[in-house]
Structure formats: structure tokens, C-alpha cells
Design a binder for this molecule. Sequence first.
Ligand SMILES: C[S@@+](CC[C@H](N)C(=O)[O-])C[C@H]1O[C@@H](n2cnc3c(N)ncnc32)[C@H](O)[C@@H]1O
Length: 266
Amino acid sequence: MTTTSVGGGRTGWRRLHAAFRRRAARGLWFGVAATAAVGAGSCTVSAQERVDFAALRRQMVRDTIAEPRDGRPPVLDVRVVDAMGKVERHLFVPEEVRDWAYRDSPLGIGWRQTISQPYIVALMTELAEPAPEDRVLEIGTGSGYQAAVLAEIVDHVYTIEIVEPLGLRAAAALDMAGYGNVTTRIGDGYAGWQEEAPFDAIVVTAAPDHVPQPLIDQLATGGRLVLPVGPVGGRQELQVLEKQADGSVERTRVIPVRFVPLTRDR
Ligand SMILES: C[S@@+](CC[C@H](N)C(=O)[O-])C[C@H]1O[C@@H](n2cnc3c(N)ncnc32)[C@H](O)[C@@H]1O
């Protein structure tokens, strides 16, 4: 794995955003980073690959994240690339799709939900600009994979899942994988986690049709909210909102994406 480029830090995502804007200008926008909302297509892996998850993971990180072969902008933050190389994605997906764990594709995890494609996980992590001392909130635990990637980098991750069986399974997977710095909760993440606020970053992995105000309120000054915004099945975009000293937010629109909807407890 090559992790020689250092592009992270507190301004790394601006460089990435500029790269996406250049691609958009060349008409290369879709099919690059838009996530599919449903599981993977067909895939064939040899018996040897099936047992060598570490090799598959190294290949995934190199070919789709650090040095993408299809020309999309690489994720350059070394901490993010290293975390993607460490987290064992196959431990967070259901047995039936385990052989596909290191494809750059979303996979079904049950209850009509998905684990996002690795490139999008890496991109959202880079946009959050995680630092070792940070406390991060994730909305949409799903499989627990994104929480694990964040937990490799930051001090503590809080994560909320609305579908109880998914949340319980993710909590068990995180525990089994040794992520003692992740706290899980079952509930509606729209309201955030007031008791643990403020957060240095908040990553939302399901799409609301507007930015939830409680999440802005629970950001620390200088904190970043990374989320897809848009209607179900319609045009959604990945946005980054950075909280300013006066409480206002500076919004950056990054790329078009497709995520499962943020549902609400009624
Ligand atoms: C794309 S999946 C998340 C993938 C996950 N981050 C992972 O690494 O596997 C989106 C998740 O958000 C959850 N979700 C949807 N609405 C939610 C809400 N209001 N609060 C918390 N979780 C929610 C869904 O149940 C689903 O598990």
C-alpha cells in the first residue's frame, strides 16, 4: 500500500473538493462517486482470494482509494488511507456477501439497508478532517464499518442507528473487533446526541431532505458536518457544513451521491 502523499489536515478536503470541481467541468461527474443504494452485483473470487482478506484489502485501498484506477480524485489523508487499510470490512458484512467485502461497492446488510462503498466511506472520513483528539458523532451505524474507520483515527466515536437489530449487530461487531472507543445507541439520529455534544465532526450516512438543525447546534466551533442531502431517490448531494465562530455555517457542496433515506421515529 502506498501512503506517501500527505494531503490531509484541516484543509485537505478543500483540495479534494477542487479536484471534484475540475472533474465536473470535464463532465466526469456521475459514475465516479455516486453510491448505489442497493447491494452488489455478481462477483467471482478464487478460493485463494476468499481466505486472503488482507491482500484484498490492500488492493482495494491502493486501487480505489489511494490511487484510483478510474481517474477519480484520490483520498490523500494518510490517516484515512491507513485506517481504511486496517479495518477488516469483511467482519462487518453478512456472511453471504463476505467474499465481496473488498469490492468498491455498497453491499446489502439486511433490513433494506447498505454498507456504503469504501471510496465513499474514505471520502466522507476525509471531509470530516478527523484528528486524534476528536470526538465524532455518526448518524446511521448500519454495519458499524464507518464507525470503525473513524475509531481508528479519533479519540471517541458516538454512533446512532434507528433499526434496532442492525444497531445491536453493529455493536457486537465493533466489540468483537476491539473498538472500545465507540459508543452505540439505538434511536433517531435526527436529534443528535445532546448529552455528549459538542462534536468536532458529525458524519451522517443516510440522506435527510434538509440539514437537521440539532446536528448544526451540536457541532463545536470549527466542527464539520458531512452529510448527503436530498429527496428519496432524487438528486442528493454530499455537503460539508463548517461551523464558524459566530455560530453560522459555511456550506460546501461536494458531489452528487445516492444514499438510503434518513428515516424518522414517529
Ligand atoms: C447507508 S447505511 C449506513 C452505513 C453505515 N454507516 C456503515 O458503515 O455500514 C444508513 C443507515 O442509516 C440508518 N438510519 C436511517 N435513518 C436513521 C435515523 N434517523 N437515525 C439513525 N440511523 C438512521 C439506516 O437504518 C442505515 O442503517
